[in-house]
Write a protein that binds this ligand. Sequence first.
Ligand SMILES: *Cc1c(COP(=O)(O)O)cnc(C)c1O
Length: 466
Amino acid sequence: MRYISTRGGAEPLSYCETLLEGLAPDGGLAVPEVMPQVDGETLERWRGLSYPDLATEVLGLFATDIPRDDLARMTAAAYADFPGDVVPLRSVGDVTLVGLSEGPTLAFKDMAMQFLGQVVEYALERTGDVLNVLGATSGDTGSAAEHALRGKERISVFMLSPQGRMSAFQRAQMFSLDDENVHNIAVDGVFDDCQNLVKQLAGDLDFKRAQRLGAVNSINLARITAQVVYYFWAWLRATDAGGWAEVSFTVPSGNFGNILSGFYARQMGLPVHRLVLATNENNVLDEFFRTGVYRPRAAAETLATSSPSMDISKASNLERFIFELLDRDAPRVAAAWRELDEQGFFDVASERPRFTEEFGIVSGSSTHADRLATIRDVHESTGELIDPHTADGVKVAREHVESGVPMLVLETAKPQKFAETIREAIGVEVEYSPELQAMLDAPQQVTELPDDAETLRRYIETHALR
Ligand SMILES: *Cc1c(COP(=O)(O)O)cnc(C)c1O
């Protein structure tokens, strides 16, 4: 299997070659040259597999340049520390939650990042290279990356975060790590300042090459493929053997990464009825799926909400959906993004009927008040606590439940990460396990730097692996 660019102007790459690529050289995103297909017989054969074994099967369709034994070793290592059967399903009233937040940082990003840590290390061992990961985070991505890459010999992590702007829990999750290869840098600025610093340094190609800089951000293809696995898993758990029943999924969305993986699973042949995209007040994607007009917002117009991991201005993975929508016609994709650059939006409203009829996608949005009401209602009726992002999902899912079609909602984080909103919703404090309490009380390490590219450059030159 080879990977081509959505804009058609780059040489095809193997799976391992895409791992450390950000954008393709033509500005597009890597996509499978042909979508692998899975038939009913194969699905039935997969029913009894453990999560790591299912991951080996599904990822094996994408990572054809990795020998099966190596892949099996990596999926086993990636999910070894997850409790129980890795991804538990539990019903809360009329919907079923798919538990994707059992990993070390209590958010679904661990599902992909833990595998990415394994496969990046593997690719570096094959080439004898080292990698310095440079990233910016407002919380979830940075901690998932650090927990996946900590202690790895060929990799170090430089993670920028806005000083004083993360929650106490997020700070503890990152800053309590004392691994030598993890560098937490608190920048005197906001998240956009952090991201601009990353862009400046990674945009300097000489510096990037000399310091062996790379990224593990949400457009990373290995992350997308690792997320495809749990859609298959959830379908296998929610349906009876031998049937060909359809289920629907609701996905709390930001950068369109998680739901894109569900879209890929459906394109591969998984019987999915609807993919329900849920946004918060930053509803650029809901607007797109309702109108066919994509109009990303400026960072300054992006609201800070109580489901902060969905506070995005533009959805970096949407281009991979548009590529399929435009029948894999790369010049048309390139033209849409040119329009976007020139006029601030593009319009594919003429294709809008296909969003649902052909691709199964519908959408909805949720507000702070909806979130609180949903957390409260689920707690009162079932005793279960859900986090604010999952609550956005449950709220929108309930508007799309159809009789005879199980509705699965992806649980993208645990409530312990968002204690303030839980308190506001139900008036109680969330309880922390002894391990989490120990993490919250542990000493913290962070380097404070000014919002200045030169200072950061020198810091990286001094501390980078080479
Ligand atoms: C990252 C994140 C999301 C959004 O996922 P995308 O792949 O960006 O759409 C939703 N909820 C939580 C808790 C997250 O961390």
